[in-house]
Design a protein around this ligand. Structure first.
Ligand code: HEM
Length: 454
């Protein structure tokens, strides 16, 4: 119902999700959307033909995660007094005011993240559907991602601190729901909302990653316990840490089993030709992507997703002090190939902060283990388990990518058969890195972490 009646009015196309993004673009990030397209028309400026600068309809009460803000305001009205008001009636409201402000500080910013996360997931799927549904051209030409997708995904990504492209968070973390909605999400009660191919290969691939992610929660708890220890050199602390490192060995072994079990549920040929191509990012294969309307398009992080973007996997590395960045002097020295394989981070900003803070927390467990025989043995067992995971992962990647690059694509007369070396499909990672050098670099960095080597 119109709250200003009397004049006929047209509904504005801008009073919608599109409106939300325009507001995000223009006011939060200072990006001005183009208005030239339809000329100087009221509707292009969110001006209604009947109500002028008033919104054409009364604004609906915020719902979903945003309802929190509505409720906070409900609570404020009548219960909060002016800070400078010194009357007794005002002073009586001060304690409530303090608890109210604390509540606002604690929740009001975090909750809408789920809206942005969902928006990122939807937009990232749209971008990859848009790019990869186009038949490849004979000559490598840049692919243009239209402004309608490019501007919102860049802005939403900035708010979340994540790359403006499909990431592990989109395909797995933010895409997962419980298969039975009555029960909590778990490795045996999970399904995925969005899919590119719709086939079981894609689903089972994500299930394997999700199982690993959920199994890895125990590692996060181990890490938190370590961070909370009042004194890491205390004898109880050392024996608890040693026990926890043994627990970590078991978890990493389970991750290795989960990884190897993909062979039972994920078909390599279908994975390589029907699923993986959807994940490719800019520069993977022939074409670079250009985000139209985004001035800094060239400097965006646009590699595609892999389980290498799992914050759990990164957390294990940070906790054990595996030096992928090759900052520290370790033996044997990294090769040039190793150095080239280092790649950017594509986790949500909060999770990146978790990893940064974890790295800065205290003297690393590796440094402690050097001088403590009890820790040293457990520590090396944990690193060894991680190295074995990476050895197994290299074998999986070889089967699913490197061997499959030698097969002929679906729809060709010799579909699925082995083909000549000169015609091989891409062996790059979804991010464009050459797979074997990237994975070997990770495996070698883990190997260099072992204290027993020295
Ligand atoms: C069919 C199953 C899988 C295949 C074919 C596969 C393939 C790959 C490839 C090709 C990369 C290189 C990154 C890129 O694409 O640019 C990669 C990275 C990575 N993947 Fe997988 N992956 C699989 C399953 C998994 C699972 C289940 C996990 C976790 C348990 C995992 C963990 C990792 C990690 C941690 C990296 C980063 C490199 C490293 O840290 O060693 N992968 N994967």
């Amino acid at each position: 119902m119109s709250f200003i009646s009397g004049l006929p009015h047209r509904s504005s196309p801008y009073f919608s999700v599109g409106h939300f993004f325009r507001v995000l673009n223009a006011s939060v990030f200072g990006v001005e959307p183009s208005r030239a397209i339809a000329g100087f028309k009221l509707e292009n400026y969110d001006v209604d033909y009947a109500t002028g600068f008033f919104p054409p309809e009364p604004l609906p009460r915020l719902s979903g995660p945003f309802e929190l803000w509505e409720r906070a305001l409900d609570d404020a009205e009548g219960n909060i007094s002016l800070g400078e008001d010194t009357r007794e009636s005002a002073k009586a409201k001060r304690p409530y005011g303090e608890s109210w402000r604390e509540r606002v500080r604690a929740v009001s910013i975090r909750e809408p993240d789920c809206f942005l996360q969902r928006a990122h997931m939807i937009l990232a799927f749209l971008v990859h559907f848009y790019v990869h549904s186009q038949p490849p051209s004979d000559t490598p030409t840049p692919v243009h991602v239209p402004e309608s997708l490019a501007i919102p995904i860049v802005n939403v990504s900035r708010a979340l601190g994540i790359a403006p492209v499909l990431t592990f968070a989109d395909t797995v973390l933010w895409n997962a729901i419980p298969a039975d909605s009555q029960l909590p999400i778990s490795a045996n009660n999970i399904k995925f909302v969005r899919s590119f191919s719709g086939n079981s290969t894609e689903k089972n691939f994500h299930i394997a990653s999700a199982k690993a992610e959920l199994r890895g929660v125990e590692i996060l708890r181990i890490i938190e316990d370590y961070a909370q220890l009042p004194d890491i050199v205390d004898v109880h602390a050392v024996s608890k840490t040693a026990r926890d490192l043994r627990r970590l060995v078991t978890v990493v072994q389970d991750l290795t089993d989960i990884l190897q079990n993909v062979k039972e549920a994920v078909d390599p040929y279908s994975f390589y030709w029907e699923v993986r191509p959807w994940f490719r990012g800019s520069g993977c294969g022939a074409s670079k992507w250009i985000y139209d309307g985004v001035p800094e398009s060239d400097s965006l992080d646009l590699a595609g997703p892999s389980a290498g973007q799992s914050s759990v996997m990164h957390a294990i590395d940070v906790y054990l002090d595996v030096d992928h960045q090759l900052y520290q002097k370790r033996s044997p020295a990294p090769s040039e190939e190793n150095k080239r394989a280092d790649k950017g981070r594509y986790m949500p900003g909060d999770h990146q902060a978790f990893l940064r803070d974890l790295a800065a927390l205290r003297v690393s467990i590796r440094t402690r283990a050097k001088t403590s025989p009890l820790l040293r043995e457990s520590y090396d067992l944990a690193v060894l388990a991680l190295k074995k995971f990476r050895d197994a992962h290299m074998r999986v990647a070889c089967l699913y990518v490197i061997s499959m690059a030698n097969t002929t694509p679906p729809g060709t007369p010799e579909e699925g058969s082995e083909r000549q070396r000169t015609q091989q499909g891409p062996r790059q990672g979804t991010g464009g890195s050459h797979i074997s050098s990237l994975l070997k670099a990770g495996r070698d960095a883990t190997d260099r972490t072992l204290l027993g080597r020295r």
